[in-house]
Design a protein around this ligand. Sequence first.
Ligand code: SF4
Length: 64
Amino acid sequence: MKVAVDRDHCIGAGNCAMTAPSVFDQDADEAIVILLTDSPPDSEQDAVQQAVDRCPAAVIRLLP
Ligand code: SF4
């Protein structure tokens, strides 16, 4: 599984970091998403999919 985020369009809602904290963090100043790994283990797949579904700005993508 590969993950990508568009930091330019992140609105800092933080749902991703709450849903999959081993994959997503947030910048301390602006709360913009930080991708901790672009290749999460399969055990994180459900959490990452939930983060995709819950991102209000739709800036998280799963890549083939
Ligand atoms: S849920 Fe989406 S908008 Fe919110 S911090 Fe994460 S990537 Fe940014």
